[in-house]
Every structure is written in structure tokens, then in C-alpha cells.
Design a protein. Structure first.
Length: 345
């Protein structure tokens, strides 16, 4: 006599934040992620809640985060809210017995990151995952796997950039007061990648410089629209970061890992597809317009891994400590940008 095990029910998810990225995560969870059911949505914006109901079929809507986080029919919370809310909301979700996915960065301050780590440690049965989406991009994953197999010998230098197409409206200027600055907003992905690729060594010192090429309003926030940083790690590893808000042609995320026996280059040229046009104007290809387009598949894969981890079907190879270190380094780079001095860890 055979006994068949019924499959585990779908993971019931509540999402907080339905802005630009939140809407993408909600669409993925509603339509593209297996074994997930989007049952709650939380937003202070009534129009966003109405769209969640009418277009995504989410039945339970609220502007009260506490109502959603304590709802008995929610297994996991996805946080795509302003960064200054991340730590408190992550802690609230963990203490309410929920799994948590929180967009990067975990927090703008190291102390807040460490508070979240301490709460998560008291709830080891809960998954807590930070959205470092590039780890789930097929090209980055292949580069990481190849590197671990010795393809380029011993890696010692990561050169990585996050460069956005210029937005003449200056959305990020209005956002600058809460973004933490260009390095925390853009380069935190590159920082996480560099640590990941170099084997998570401790950082020793950081130096940053930057300039305002176009958006003069950033000066009031001690921010820049183009920034450069160098980080030295224990063991000889080094990282160089470039962040820009002003690219004319499109969004260009690119990472180069240099090793003792070769190098790997991810994202060169920012090609949208494999079409190259040759005519009287020259030879060209169309570039990706923004990070949504560049990492659309990775956003789905990231959420699929989160759901699988919550259901006990996968183990995460990233931790809250990784997110804390990304914030620690990002903050040091930002301090160096403003002081002009080397920051030691």
C-alpha cells in the first residue's frame, strides 16, 4: 500500500509597497512565481491598492502595515517600502512569525542592520532575505560558478558599475534626502557582488570621489550624480566601483572580475538583444533602458528562490550578514566622498 504525500500549499504572501519596483514584484508574484499566492497588499496610496485589486486580483488591501503583518492568512511578507522603514518592518514581520523578503539595502545604518540580524537569530525557523537581485541573474551566476571552478585562477580585482540613463526630470534628486546617496542607492549591488566574487573578505579601507555633471540640485544633499570608489580587502582583494545617473544611451550594469589566470566580463555593451544594425550612420545596437529591463528574469528567479526557501525546498546562499557588510562598506564610501579622506574599517 503506497502513501502519497500531498504537495505543500502555496506560500501566502503580503506585499508592502506598490511603487515602481513593488509593482514589478507584485506582478511577478501574481503571475510568474510558482507555489506563491499574493493574498494581501499594503500601500498608503489608494490608487495603487485599487490597481492591485483590479489588475492583480489581490483580495485584501490595507494602508495599515500592522494589520497585514499580523493577519493569520499570511505566511511571508515582501517589503518594497522606503529604505528608512526596512529595518523596523523586517523586525515586525519576523516577530509576527512571518518569513521576510526585503529590498536592498537592509538599512542605511549598520546598527539597524545588526538589530535585524539579532531578531532573525532569535527566529531561525524564519527566512529573511535581502533583494540582491544580481546574484540571481544567469550571467552573474555563471561567472560566479566558473570562477569557483578556477577558470580565471585566483580572483583579486572586481571592477563594477551601475550606470543609469539620465532622467531629465531628476526623480532621484527629489529622492536624494532618503536614498542614502548614490553609493548606497546604486553601488550597494556592486559592493555585494564584489564581496561575493572575492569570497567575502573583511574590508580594510575605502576611498571615494565624485562630481556633479548635470544635476546641481544634488549638492544640497551632499550627493553627486557620478561617483567612484576603491575598497581594499584583507588578503589582497580590491574593488573599484563606478555609479552614474547621467548615461545618455541607456542603463549599463557591467562587472569585470580579474584573476591570476584570466578575467570575466558581465554586461559589456548593455545590449538589449542580439540585433545589430549597420547602415549609413554606422554599426549599432539598442541598449537596455533601465534595471527592470536588464534584470527582469533575475527578479523572477530571486522571488522563486525566496518562495522555495520559505517552503523548505531550498537553502539560501546569502545572509543578513552579507547585507550588513554591504551597508557598512557603502556607508564608509559615502563618508569618504563627503570628507575627501580615506575611511578605515
Amino acid at each position: 500500500m503506497s502513501h502519497s504525500h500531498s504537495p505543500a500549499p502555496p506560500l501566502r504572501i503580503g506585499i508592502a509597497g506598490l511603487g515602481r519596483l513593488g509593482r514589478r514584484h507584485a506582478e511577478n508574484l501574481a503571475f510568474r512565481v510558482r507555489n506563491a499566492q499574493l493574498v494581501w497588499a499594503c500601500s498608503p496610496v489608494a490608487a495603487e491598492l485599487e490597481e492591485a485589486r483590479s489588475q492583480l486580483g489581490i483580495a485584501q488591501l490595507t494602508s495599515d502595515f500592522a494589520q497585514m503583518v499580523h493577519a493569520p492568512d499570511v505566511d511571508a511578507i515582501v517589503l518594497v517600502t522606503p529604505t528608512d522603514l526596512h529595518a523596523e518592518q523586517t523586525i515586525a514581520a519576523l516577530e509576527a512569525g512571518k518569513h521576510v523578503f526585503v529590498e536592498k539595502p537592509l538599512a542605511l545604518g549598520v546598527a539597524d542592520c545588526e538589530r535585524v540580524e539579532a531578531v532573525a537569530a532569535r527566529h531561525p525557523d524564519r527566512v529573511a532575505m535581502v533583494g540582491f537581485v544580481r546574484r540571481f541573474d544567469a550571467s552573474y551566476r555563471r561567472a560566479y560558478d566558473d570562477m569557483r571552478q578556477g577558470t580565471i585562477g585566483q580572483p583579486f580585482l572586481v571592477r563594477s558599475q551601475t550606470c543609469d540613463m539620465n532622467d531629465p526630470s531628476g526623480f532621484f534628486v527629489r529622492y536624494a534626502a532618503q536614498s542614502g546617496g548614490i553609493f548606497m542607492d546604486c553601488s550597494v549591488h556592486d559592493i555585494d557582488l564584489a564581496r561575493w566574487m572575492l569570497g567575502n573578505p573583511p574590508a580594510l579601507r575605502a576611498y571615494a570621489s565624485g562630481t556633479i555633471a548635470i544635476h546641481k540640485g544634488l549638492a544640497a544633499h551632499a550627493d553627486v550624480d557620478n561617483g567612484l570608489a576603491i575598497v581594499d580587502f584583507e588578503g589582497g582583494g580590491r574593488a573599484m566601483f563606478y555609479a552614474s545617473r547621467t548615461f545618455a544611451h541607456g542603463h549599463e550594469t557591467q562587472t569585470e572580475i580579474i584573476g591570476s589566470a584570466g578575467k570575466l566580463l558581465i554586461g559589456h555593451g548593455a545590449e538589449r538583444d542580439r540585433l545589430v544594425t549597420s547602415d549609413s550612420h554606422g554599426v549599432r545596437h539598442v541598449s537596455t533602458s533601465d534595471f527592470f529591463e536588464r534584470f527582469s528574469d533575475a527578479f523572477v528567479q530571486e522571488m522563486q528562490v525566496f518562495v522555495a526557501a520559505c517552503r523548505g525546498e531550498a537553502v539560501l546562499d546569502m545572509s543578513l550578514a552579507d547585507a550588513t557588510e554591504a551597508t557598512r562598506i557603502g556607508q564608509a564610501i559615502t563618508r569618504s566622498l563627503r570628507s575627501g579622506q580615506v575611511e578605515n574599517f
